[in-house]
Design a binder for this molecule. Structure first.
Ligand code: SF4
Ligand code: FES
Length: 140
């Protein structure tokens, strides 16, 4: 099953689900003080302000990063009634909004409010994208 790790600065907790990462590197480029692949652990929740962390986490296209406020113990993910679907150029289908995802047998697949679904056929974590489209020459 999917792994989950959490990193907190006492105010906000960053939730990291590596299986959902599509390696867009948005987080690393956008807030390198917090997200740095060359460091262990690679997420340093004390590296910036809670506001900047929340802002950056919301830009994660795959749902691999999410957060909750420690005080409210509530998921800080978007609560959208509308579902938005975008095709990423040469990459996955990005779905944003609350959806029910089922496999071919009609069984529910747990998912976040933001998911990236494989469009190239190469992911080893289907139906989710795992970043393989970056290396298998998928163009569309
Ligand atoms: S998918 Fe999310 S967690 Fe993965 S690199 Fe991109 S922004 Fe970071
Ligand atoms: S679209 Fe990303 S692995 Fe297939």
């Amino acid at each position: 099953m999917s792994k989950t790790k959490e990193y907190s600065n006492g105010e906000v907790t960053i939730v990291w689900k590596p299986n959902l990462c599509i390696h867009s590197t948005n987080c690393i480029k956008g807030l390198p003080e917090v997200f740095d692949m060359n460091k262990r652990p690679w997420i340093n929740a004390d590296g910036s302000t809670s506001d900047k962390i929340i802002n950056q986490v919301r830009k994660c296209p795959s749902g691999a990063l999410s957060f909750y406020m420690n005080t409210k113990k509530q998921k800080g993910e978007q609560n959208m009634s509308n579902v938005k679907v975008d095709l990423m150029e040469n990459g996955p289908i990005l779905v944003n909004g609350k959806i029910e995802l089922k496999n071919s047998k009609g069984e529910a697949i747990p998912c976040e409010n933001t998911v990236a679904l494989c469009r190239c056929g190469g992911s080893k974590n289907k139906p989710f994208c795992d970043g393989t489209h970056n290396t298998n020459g998928f163009k569309e």
